[in-house]
Design a protein around this ligand. Structure first.
Ligand code: HEM
Length: 342
């Protein structure tokens, strides 16, 4: 079975002169106006998921909210129509094992078929957007690519790859970040209570949790020339694994770094979104999602508790980390909003 898959470099693997030009094109679809539109949608989704869970008194926050919410947000941003969601939702989770995991030979065959199907979907979707562009990020990118001055950039395979990678970049990272944040907040009950009593701390709680439990703990680089780093000479072409999560605990920058403190003034200095010219393009969106979701959970389910003794499970891969489940309970009779009570 052939899916016509053509491995192509994506934005995050490219260097100048291509990278800055393509990054600029993609950025055009991430304007403050689009972010404002997304804020309304994130609030609607957050309200929907919490309203579903609230009267029940128990949830796995990942299964019941954190897996789907960022997926729906990124799909909307990429112009994927709602009716296609069931078809492509299943690919999202599998991409992390495919790209960063250690699957058995049998799993590799299965994964290749799934990625092949997703590649075909990307091709169909992009063909549709080329014929009838919208205001989503993919349409903006395609339109830019089609401009005469960008004729030297035009590459359909690049667009399919970008589609594949954006789904992943915008989904798994944020699901994991939310799950890590709720684990950190509920494990440090005083910090959860601080947030419940002062919802203006929600944005910094998101930053502190990215520092404390980075959802991208390692990321990659390849040296393009001989480089001296921390007194060590690295040859040209060396593959580097950057420990972004470890940087978040660097005592020289974050005093008492193993303490989770949502009032930490420099929490935002973490490297969870990377560093330098490849700095995460979706950081403003991810930050917004975290602020809204953490703030709303604290407002509507303040007496939520972790199910004691749960075993924290993680997907087996090097770069994407967040608990697979966050089991919580609460007493619905104590929900502060009458409409949330059973
Ligand atoms: C908490 C959530 C997220 C985390 C922790 C995260 C983390 C990262 C990291 C570590 C990088 C590599 C940076 C580097 O090489 O220095 C990256 C790049 C990128 N991320 Fe994110 N990300 C998140 C959410 C998102 C979202 C929601 C989107 C899409 C809207 C997105 C789109 C991208 C893109 C396009 C790049 C490549 C940028 C480039 O190479 O120029 N990310 N992200």
């Amino acid at each position: 079975m052939s899916y016509g898959y053509v491995p192509t470099k994506s934005l995050v693997d490219e260097d100048a002169p291509l990278h800055p030009r393509r990054r600029k094109m993609l950025r055009k679809g991430m304007t403050p106006a689009i972010l404002t539109k997304m804020e309304t949608y994130i609030r609607e989704l957050t309200d929907h998921y919490i309203s579903e869970m609230a009267p029940r008194g128990e949830a796995d926050l990942v299964r019941d909210m954190f897996f789907e919410l960022p997926a729906l947000v990124i799909f909307r941003l990429m112009g994927v129509p709602d009716e296609d969601l069931p078809r492509i939702r299943k690919f999202a989770k599998r991409l992390s094992v495919w790209g960063f995991g250690n699957p058995t030979e049998e799993e590799q065959v299965e994964l290749c078929h799934e990625i092949g199907q997703y590649w075909q979907y990307a091709r169909e979707h992009i063909t549709k957007l080329m014929a009838d562009p919208g205001s989503d990020i993919m349409s903006v990118f395609i339109t830019e690519m089609q401009l005469p001055e960008n004729a030297d950039q035009y590459d359909e395979h690049y667009m399919y790859t970008l589609m594949l990678n954006l789904l992943f970049a915008g989904h798994e990272t944020t699901t994991n970040a939310l799950a890590g944040a709720m684990r950190a907040l509920l494990e440090n009950r005083d910090q959860w209570e601080l947030l419940c009593n002062d919802l203006s701390l929600a944005a910094n709680a998101g930053e502190e949790s990215l520092r404390y439990y980075s959802s991208v703990p390692h990321w990659r680089r390849i040296t393009t020339k001989e480089t001296v780093l921390g007194g060590v000479t690295l040859p040209s072409g060396a593959t580097i694994m950057m420990a972004l999560g470890s940087a978040g605990r660097d005592e020289a920058h974050f005093p008492d770094g193993d303490r989770f403190d949502i009032r930490r003034e420099n929490a935002k200095d973490h490297l969870a979104f990377g560093v330098g010219r490849h700095l995460c393009l979706g950081a403003p969106l991810a930050r917004l999602e975290m602020e809204i979701v953490l703030g709303e959970l604290a407002r509507r389910l303040p007496h939520m508790q972790l199910v004691p003794g749960q075993v924290w499970e993680f997907s087996p891969n090097t770069s994407h980390r967040g608990p697979e489940h966050v089991h919580v309970t609460w007493d619905p009779a104590q929900n502060p909003l009458p409409g949330d009570r059973a």
